[in-house]
Design a protein around this ligand. Structure first.
Ligand code: FES
Length: 109
């Protein structure tokens, strides 16, 4: 399956992914500048991505913890998610997300 990342510069980067992969890892492997400082503990929000509107509804709902962390992320949009919480399933083949221009690391206060 494939996922597409839109860089802060507007460049589209396609990446190969497997079912069960975490979106954050796929993004990092594709060279996207997502720090993911807390490695999926929902404590940093540096893995914030903006999901393309058509895809947003296809994702499982965010947990309350994820919503809380997104409240603290910089430049949050209505379709923002934490990439460390998105596990790729077959239905998400073709998923497209944008990497925000700036990230703020909440784990560094
Ligand atoms: Fe820290 Fe996702 S990696 S919240």
């Amino acid at each position: 399956m494939k996922v597409t990342f839109e860089t802060p510069q507007g460049e589209l980067v396609e990446a190969e992914a497997a079912e069960g992969d975490v979106l954050l890892t796929v993004a990092q492997d594709a060279g996207m500048p997502l720090e993911g400082t807390c490695e999926g503990q929902m404590a940093c929000s540096t893995c914030h991505v903006i999901v393309e509107r058509d895809w947003f509804a296809a994702l499982p709902d965010a947990s309350e913890e994820e919503e809380d962390m997104l409240d603290l992320a910089y430049g949050v949009r209505p379709t923002s998610r934490l990439a460390c919480q998105i596990v790729l399933e077959e239905e998400l083949d073709g998923l497209t997300v944008a990497i925000p221009a700036e990230a703020r690391d909440m784990s560094e206060g």
